[in-house]
Design a protein around this ligand. Structure first.
Ligand SMILES: NC(=O)C1=CN([C@@H]2O[C@H](COP(=O)(O)OP(=O)(O)OC[C@H]3O[C@@H](n4cnc5c(N)ncnc54)[C@H](O)[C@@H]3O)[C@@H](O)[C@H]2O)C=CC1
Ligand SMILES: O=C(O)[C@@H]1CCC=N1
Length: 279
């Protein structure tokens, strides 16, 4: 259990997913978490009801008194949020943990006094169920202890890789956005099942369990995905017939393009954010 207090700037999907995971894994207690947003009181009310976290009126005080400050606003709002809350962060007190896609640590550092440790991360919404795949990149003022603390935080809600910051855009394209690709696949499989005669609830049950089972096979057997695929594929059989369609439509190329497109958008966001005026 961590003793540090935490404050979330931003009360959206990511803040909710991380809070859910941290509390579920008992890495902290609800009394140690405060969260605020721009203005949506009903959203805060929902988080307060669901988790029992603090939603203080005095936002500046919430930032000042926290040890770990999570930045969980949309990229378009990051300048305003950092201009507003950055001056409250102090080098000897705070650790700033950003989940903002495309926002570099060096750019975040320009909003806070020299020495404030900043760690950039890219989790995904599976934090909610303790199954995120999170990339972590420490900034110039973040020491070994800060890196370890952030790894511990995100390990409580999934797996963590620490890497050079320039690779975080790739992590974003693959793992940050990744769950959306999987959900899209689920939607497509369900739709096909229904069109081929299954009841919607049965199509849902079969699709979700098929994905769950396949993911667990990958994790528990640690076998190569290609080998697992081959074990299902009898020559001239049904799987082969299905896979032929995916191959003929360049499934691999389509997925590659999706990951690269998301990665490139993250890079573009970085450029746009860096080009914007600071302070
Ligand atoms: N949704 C996802 O799957 C993932 C999102 N991210 C990143 O997480 C960040 C947040 O994304 P979501 O939670 O999806 O966004 P969201 O739109 O659900 O939530 C953003 C929150 O920020 C608040 N906010 C905006 N300006 C503010 C300010 N000046 N002061 C205080 N609060 C302010 C809004 O009121 C809102 O509560 C984004 O930068 C995104 O790139 C990272 C990984 C995955
Ligand atoms: O779409 C987005 O911008 C965010 C970043 C990673 C996942 N969702």
């Amino acid at each position: 259990m961590l003793k540090q207090t935490m404050c979330f700037i931003g009360a959206g999907s990511m803040a909710e997913a991380i809070i859910a995971g941290l509390l579920e894994k008992q890495l902290t207690v609800k009394e140690n978490i405060s969260v605020f947003n721009k203005r949506d009181q009903s959203r805060l009310q929902k988080l307060r009801q669901r988790f029992g976290v603090r939603c203080p009126e005095n936002k500046g005080e919430a930032v000042t008194s926290a040890d770990i400050v999570f930045l969980a606003v949309k990229p378009k709002d990051v300048h305003d949020a950092m201009a507003q809350w950055g001056p409250y962060l102090k080098a000897r007190k705070h650790l700033l943990v950003s989940v903002v896609a495309g926002m570099t640590t060096s750019h975040l550092e320009t909003y806070v006094e020299e020495g404030v440790p900043v760690v950039r991360t890219m989790p995904n919404t599976s934090c909610t169920v303790g199954q995120s795949a999170t990339g972590v990149a420490p900034g110039r003022w973040a020491g070994e202890g800060h890196r370890r603390l952030v790894e511990q935080l995100f390990r409580s809600v999934g797996t963590v890789v620490t890497l050079e910051e320039e690779l975080l855009d790739t992590v974003t394209g693959l793992a940050g956005s990744g769950p959306a690709y999987v959900y899209y696949l689920v939607e497509a499989m369900e739709k096909a099942g229904i069109e081929a005669g299954l009841r919607p609830d049965i199509a849902r049950q079969l699709t979700v369990q098929t994905l769950h089972g396949a993911a667990e096979m990958l994790v528990k057997t640690a076998e190569e995905p290609a080998l697992l695929r081959e074990k299902i594929t009898s020559p001239g059989g049904t799987t082969s017939a299905g896979l032929e369609v995916l191959k003929s439509r360049d499934f691999t190329g389509v997925v590659r393009d999706a990951v690269f497109s998301a990665r490139n958008r993250a890079k573009q966001l970085s450029e746009e954010l860096t080009a914007s005026p600071v302070k």
